[in-house]
Design a protein around this ligand. Structure first.
Ligand code: MG
Length: 275
């Protein structure tokens, strides 16, 4: 009798193990199927709740390797627009001839007063932009006429450059503003005569075939390591007078402003990554 119970117990145990193995095999197959299904799209957290860590771990697509720049140098996949050696990537906005700004010995360039804005020959859509700028010494004039320049994304939307130190002006036109659209979260300028950095993330607006805007652009600006624009919506062109306008456009140049009042603003180390 005792042997009979032992045989029954053994048979039951083997049965349970066998069932467990079957369940485990089925689980593995299910995981593999889920992984296959979710290789392309794995940001939709729907369907049955995963029960193993592997179901929510993915190995494709491979992430590109980018070698970061050291000491302010551009990363390995950056498009270098100005490294101090020449103005060859820049043309005059007025007539598309060679840019007429001053190329300096220290690896920078300076606005050549009243020669007009300059812009890249190349055109871009969504970008990550790094640019450095410096307000001139000695200090001259005040308000919007002290070291005014600007960085125009798609050639249309201005991130303001201004010598804001001890120089009040309207806050939606001060340094770090999206001109007349978004007041900056902070005034983060270094002392006049020292180099500032802007790191800008820009997504261009989108338009339909009829020229209607179907998606607004947005801008994030980090000024000397300080967030000053947090993914703000571009309302349209940054007008001096009047409301923002929304002309349809595709890719556009990066444009730098000659404010036309002997601003003497300098720029250096300009590069971007297309997004
Ligand atoms: Mg300006």
């Amino acid at each position: 009798m005792r042997n009979f119970y032992l045989i029954i117990m053994l048979a039951l145990t083997l049965g349970v193990i066998s069932c467990k193995e079957k369940v485990q095999v089925e689980e593995v197959e299910t995981v593999q199927e889920n992984v296959k299904d979710q290789v392309v799209v794995h940001d939709e957290f729907t369907g049955e709740e995963p029960t193993t860590p592997e179901e929510t771990e993915f190995y494709e697509p491979k992430v590109p390797v980018v070698k970061p720049g050291v000491n302010g140098a551009p990363p390995s996949d950056a498009i270098v627009l100005f490294d101090g050696s020449s103005l060859e990537n820049w043309i005059s906005t007025n007539d598309s001839t060679a840019a007429k700004w001053h190329l300096n010995d220290d690896g920078s360039m300076t606005v050549n007063d009243r020669t007009g804005n300059i812009q890249t020959e190349q055109e871009f859509g969504d970008i990550q932009l790094h640019i450095e700028w410096k307000s001139p010494l000695p200090v001259q004039r005040e308000g919007q006429n002290r070291g005014n320049s600007g960085i125009f994304l798609s050639g249309l939307y201005e991130v303001q450059v201004l010598d804001q130190n001890d120089n009040p002006t309207y806050v939606n036109g001060q340094v770090g503003s999206i001109y007349k659209q978004h007041v900056p979260l902070a005034m983060a300028s270094v002392p006049t005569g020292e180099w500032n950095t802007y790191d800008i993330i820009y997504h261009a607006p989108e338009f339909n075939d009829e020229g209607g805007k179907i998606k607004s652009g947005d801008i994030t600006v980090v000024h000397n390591g300080v967030l000053v624009q947090d993914h703000v919506e571009i309302k349209g062109t940054t007008e001096y007078i009047g409301w923002p306008k929304n002309p349809a456009h595709g890719k556009g140049p990066l444009m730098l402003q000659d404010h036309g009042d002997d601003s003497r603003v300098s720029f250096r180390n300009i590069w971007l990554r297309e997004l």
